[in-house]
Design a protein around this ligand. Structure first.
Ligand SMILES: [Mn+2]
Length: 363
């Protein structure tokens, strides 16, 4: 038996944090959904499990919901959809719209009762409240000899103390429920919790700083009790790059290198960039800073923060303006050392620039 495990499509996400690129980000989520179906076709899967948060919230326009229903109906195999904490079962839920009743191959897992598909016993754990301290898999009894058992749940795997209100799921769920696989949703990064339990992550990254997202999991289980084979497959269309956060410029030429790196980036029109440039702006790098800004314009989205970039000190005036005493004496001593060649001179130069940086910040 082979199936695709996906989750957290978050269709209807506004992506307002990326301004004009928001429409592209929204479109990418739908394109990537098409890619999931193409992978199901390519790998001839028996079914697709969507483990919650297909939609961003329950108040979405009908045409958007219907377009996703149409898309899911085109899948080459049954699609099993779990309500998550964004698209939870509540009055007015997207899953109560009539469109879902018309689809033969799409099943909404809205009941805590076994559901049989392609010889597998699916154990759904639908979400009915935004937050909860209850384990959503608690209803499942151990057992079942005849079918491959697959739990589908949405929440937060607990590795530490059990106190979260984020639908906590114990790490030993597959053992307790005697399941072959636990398909999880809610975490956007692909995470293999143990050999029988995993988060597919979102099929398309949603923001900066979301590592290892943009995948689905191809899960293969030959017989009841066998350890599943879990293979991540890439589906993401856009790249979210965050550069320069903890790497201040400390030597001439680094900004020129940055400009080259930006120009050499593959597919800038499919990349979103959050770039921080801090440290020292050397005289020889001024023109390259302009080139950095120019190169960023080719990206789908870019936000450049160079507010902590300080011009290289010129002359000694800044040292004279330091508070008299140890600080000023240190600067003068570093200046002498910086004039030396070799490693000692390099270190003193770095230290002097650092001191200059602090002095600028204090001023
Ligand atoms: Mn969620």
């Amino acid at each position: 038996m082979r199936f695709l495990h996906t989750a957290d499509w978050q269709i209807g996400m506004q992506a307002a944090h990326v301004g004009d690129a928001a429409a592209s980000v929204r479109a990418a989520r739908i394109n990537a959904a098409g890619r999931v179906l193409a992978l199901a076709r390519q790998h001839q899967t028996d079914f697709i499990v969507l483990a919650g948060d297909t939609f961003e919230h329950n108040a979405l326009p009908s045409d958007l919901i219907e377009s996703i229903a149409d898309l899911l109906a085109q899948a080459p195999c049954p699609v099993l959809v779990l309500p998550g904490n964004h698209d939870l079962l509540e009055p007015g839920s997207v899953w109560h719209r009539p469109i879902w009743k018309d689809l033969d191959t799409v099943s909404i897992l809205s009941e805590r009762t076994p559901f049989y598909c392609a010889g597998a016993e699916i154990l759904p754990c639908p979400i009915t409240a935004k937050t909860s301290t209850q384990n959503p898999t608690a209803w499942i009894q151990p057992g079942g000899k005849d079918h491959i058992r697959v739990v589908v749940a949405h929440g937060c795997v607990q590795t530490g103390p059990f106190g979260s209100d984020d639908h906590p799921i114990p790490l030993d769920t597959s053992t307790r429920t005697q399941s072959d696989y636990v398909a999880l949703g809610h975490w956007h990064s692909t995470t293999i919790c143990n050999e029988r339990m995993a988060y597919s992550g979102t099929h398309e990254p949603t923001k900066f700083g979301e590592p290892n997202s943009g995948n689905v999991l191809l899960v293969e289980i030959n017989r009841r009790g066998d350890v599943p084979r879990i293979e991540p497959l890439a589906t993401g269309q856009l790249r979210w790059l965050r550069w320069g956060e903890n790497t201040p410029v400390s030597a001439p030429g680094e900004i020129a290198q940055l400009a080259s790196r930006l120009r050499a980036t593959n597919n800038p029109s499919r990349s979103l960039l959050e770039l921080t440039i801090s440290g020292v702006l050397f005289e020889s790098d001024r023109e390259h800073l302009a080139a950095v800004h120019k190169a960023c314009e080719g990206f789908l989205f870019s936000r450049v923060d160079d507010s902590n970039l300080r011009p290289e000190p010129s002359g000694d005036n800044w040292i004279q303006n330091l508070p008299p005493g140890p600080v000023q004496e240190t600067a003068l001593r570093l200046k002498q050392l910086a004039a030396k060649s070799g490693r000692e001179g390099e270190i003193a130069t770095q230290a002097l620039l650092q001191l200059f940086h602090y002095a600028q910040e204090a001023a």
